[in-house]
Write a protein that binds this ligand. Structure first.
Ligand code: PMP
Length: 453
């Protein structure tokens, strides 16, 4: 260990040279943020990091220092920062037509809708484009309520579905919501996370019994019928938690027995990130009625979408429903390029291979570092849960923050999550290489040694 700590940490070579930064200084930016920006807009590190350029799996600060981005701008950059094909598609569209609204025809919108349909199970073939994941989930809930005629919705504890009033109601972290009337008609069911569940048993048993709680919730909380069950196939903000594959199968069955629609929030798990499949729900062998997506669809361009069946979608056409920027040609050009790049560059397969390498490396670190309580996830959607004590599983919140700081110092950006802020979230752009993965593991090893002793 001592030898290892003494060896230099070397980031893989990368040929991109960042442009000299000539904007306001970091201190000026920080001062402006403090004075003019709503204080709710927070930064991650103790000493906030300024990022002024990005290229594929790397970002650069104002001094030109390079960092390996293992968090992809919160799982938003799917195929790489400023991927040349996405940049080219956006540039070409910006120079031609930036906006005209969906009340006129433009080829990009139906082309992207058609492309998304080609990626979905049969029947999920009509899409409504919006601007953010929160909006997508709002719209999905509206559609489910319209279609079923029911009001109540079941969401999973420890879920994050966004910051708009409806999405905040679906979210179940007390840290992420306000005590306004956002919960009307929403009930939270047990999270099937095998590591934190209060139930004993194998992951499969925990999944089945957690799913039973949906039936119980419906029995007590509503007149026996619901509009929808919504869940993330792997919880993102919640810390990469995932129930056994049985969970969604059972949850969907119970939901449908009670007249509800099944909504998959693929905002983080979509577009091949989980490696084995293009969509996270496919890892459980289920087919949702509505799929919401955002983030990775635009590779940084703000856009989101709700894909469902024609039958469900038609309910929304009873009145006028309009979204000014949803489906605008620039975002659509980005989305089309992103989906092509993911296919052409084999990024789903890369997520599977490099994700497997990272997962194996993290499990190996777990053997040596008592701070690591659990390692989980799939593909490039991984979580490392840190505990003060493996027996009590007491969350190691401060240590997690320290590991994050140490990684940043060594040139690796990682996210954190979980209800107690004690889970490292590792979700890099899907173009990450084996050398990057090894570098990140090396840095994490050193960070754990430093923080855990
Ligand atoms: N759903 C999930 C699973 C998310 O992770 C997020 C964002 N972290 C959202 C919805 C909300 O997306 P947005 O911030 O674009 O509104």
């Amino acid at each position: 260990m001592t030898d290892l700590l003494a060896a230099p940490v070397e980031m893989p070579a990368f040929e991109h040279v960042p442009q000299p930064y000539r904007g306001p200084s970091r201190e000026e930016v920080l001062a402006m943020r403090k004075q003019y920006v709503n204080p709710a807009v927070f930064t991650l590190y103790r000493d906030p990091l300024m990022i002024v350029e990005g290229k594929m799996q790397y970002v650069f600060d104002e001094t030109g220092r390079r960092y390996l981005d293992m968090f992809a701008g919160i799982v938003t950059v799917s195929c790489g920062h400023c991927h040349p094909r996405v940049v080219q598609a956006v540039r070409q569209q910006v120079e031609t037509l930036q906006h005209a609204t969906t009340i006129y025809l433009h080829p990009n919108l139906p082309q992207l809708a058609r492309k998304l349909a080609s990626k979905m199970p049969e029947g999920l073939d009509v899409t409504y484009f919006v601007n953010s994941g929160s909006e997508a989930n709002d719209l999905a809930i509206t559609m489910a309520r319209l279609f079923t005629g029911n009001n109540d919705v079941i969401a999973v504890r420890n879920a994050y579905h966004g910051g708009s009033p409806t999405a905040m109601g679906l979210t179940s972290h007390h840290t992420w919501k306000y005590p306004t009337q956002v919960n009307a008609g929403v009930h939270h069911t047990m999270c099937p996370d095998p590591y934190r569940s209060s139930l004993d048993g194998t992951p499969d048993e925990i999944a089945r019994r957690s799913a039973d709680d949906i039936r119980e919730t419906i029995r007590y909380a509503t007149p026996g019928r619901i509009a929808a069950f919504i869940s993330e196939p792997i919880q993102g903000v919640g810390g990469a938690t995932r129930g056994d594959a049985t969970y969604l199968r059972e949850a969907y069955r119970i939901t449908r027995e009670h007249g509800g629609l099944c909504i998959a929030d693929e905002v983080q798990t979509g577009f091949g990130r989980t490696g084995e499949n293009y969509w996270g729900f496919q890892n459980s062998g289920v087919v949702p009625d509505i799929v919401t997506m955002a983030k990775g669809l635009g590779n940084g361009v703000p856009m989101a979408a709700v894909t469902t069946t024609r039958e469900i979608a038609e309910k929304l056409a009873q009145r006028i429903h309009f979204n000014t920027f949803g489906g605008n040609p620039v975002a659509m050009a980005a989305g089309l390029a992103v989906l092509d790049v993911i296919d052409d560059e084999g990024l789903q397969e890369n997520a599977r291979v490099i994700g497997g390498r990272l997962l194996a490396g993290l499990r190996e670190l777990q053997e040596r570092h008592p701070l690591i309580g659990d390692v989980r996830g799939m593909g490039l959607m991984l979580g490392v849960e840190m505990v003060k004590d493996r027996e009590t599983r007491a969350p190691a919140k401060e240590e997690t923050a320290e590991v994050l700081e140490a990684c940043r110092e060594m040139g690796v950006l990682i996210g954190k999550g979980g209800l107690d802020g004690n889970v490292l979230r590792i979700k890099p752009p899907m173009c990450i290489t084996a050398a990057d993965a090894d570098f990140a593991l090396d840095v994490l090893d050193r960070a754990f040694s430093r923080v855990g002793g």
